[in-house]
Design a protein around this ligand. Structure first.
Ligand SMILES: Cc1ncc(COP(=O)(O)O)c(C=O)c1O
Length: 281
């Protein structure tokens, strides 16, 4: 696999990062994941806007305008001959420097790398079955709107989900169902599509924005407000959404049937519309 590291295209085994890299010492960096479908990267510009936002919020000066990563991603996709579906991963860190918590000396070059990965697209018949989820305490920090490399709470939550045979967790903070460990969370409550408002407790998901826009265009009532955990049990439909998750119904929570136990009509319509936009057909 060819990867991109600080301006070079290299076989992955030759792409080496110093041990004193701030990503590994402190998780001092940011990332993005965009999907490739139907011959192009989907919503790439929006991912680069979020990368700029994350960089600004952690005072990381990007070494170039991330718009240039579109060409890098396309070149990697072609050189690796990856077929029609998968993802690109983009990571930018504050670079390599002697270990000290405060920012490294001026002039320390940020580390930028991109990798591409082929994926197995989930067939719609399978997606329609939905997935189980679990509830899990949200142990993350106070700036979940930044797509930072500090993912240990997400790792532990996803592992708990995997051990329970679940797709993802509904992270719960102060009695509120916040989002998934790698996705946003939606409930249909009395015919209205509800999701947690943007702010420091959730990642402003790009798929979330598309889902909200598509729902509004379809005339589905939408509210962005906190969802108490008790309300989750009364929901007509529940789903996670994200770049690789797309619109994934939740049919069980903590082993009990939830969200009607099937993909409901709203999740169905939203997934169909999202798929069409992603694949252009
Ligand atoms: C915590 C979290 N929330 C939401 C999302 C969904 O965001 P997006 O739709 O931009 O992929 C992700 C994606 O990785 C995530 O990690």
């Amino acid at each position: 696999m060819i990867v991109y590291l600080n301006g070079d295209y290299l076989p992955s085994e030759k792409a080496l990062i110093p041990v004193e890299e701030r990503a590994s010492n402190f998780g001092d960096g940011i990332y993005e994941v965009a999907s490739f479908a139907g011959g192009r990267f989907f919503a790439f510009d929006e991912h680069m806007d979020r990368l700029r936002y994350s960089a600004r919020e952690i005072q990381l000066k990007l070494p170039e305008d991330p718009a240039v990563y579109a060409k890098v991603a396309e070149r990697l996709w072609g050189e690796n001959n990856l077929g029609d579906y998968g993802t690109v991963y983009i990571q930018v860190t504050r670079g390599a420097a002697p270990r000290m918590h405060a920012f490294p000396a001026n002039g320390t070059r940020p580390t930028v790398y991109l990798t591409t990965k082929p994926g197995k697209y989930v067939p719609d018949e399978d997606r329609a079955q939905g997935r189980p989820a679990i509830t899990h305490p949200d142990l993350r920090w106070g700036r979940c709107d930044i797509k930072s490399l500090n993912l240990l709470p997400n790792v532990l939550a996803k592992q708990a989900a995997a051990e329970a045979g679940a797709q993802d967790c509904i992270l719960v903070r102060d009695g509120i169902a916040i989002e998934g460990a790698s996705s946003n969370f939606f409930a249909v409550l009395g015919g209205t599509l509800v999701t947690h408002p943007r702010g420091p407790h959730i990642l402003g998901g790009i798929t979330r924005q598309h889902v909200l826009r598509l729902a509004e265009a379809m005339g589905i009532p939408v509210r962005e407000e906190p969802i108490p955990v008790e309300a989750v049990w009364k929901a007509d439909e529940l789903f996670f959404c994200g770049t690789t998750t797309e619109v994934m119904p939740i049919t069980k929570i903590d082993g009990k049937i939830a969200g009607g136990g099937r993909r409901g009509p709203i999740a169905d319509k939203l997934q169909t519309a999202l798929h069409k936009e992603m694949w252009g057909k």
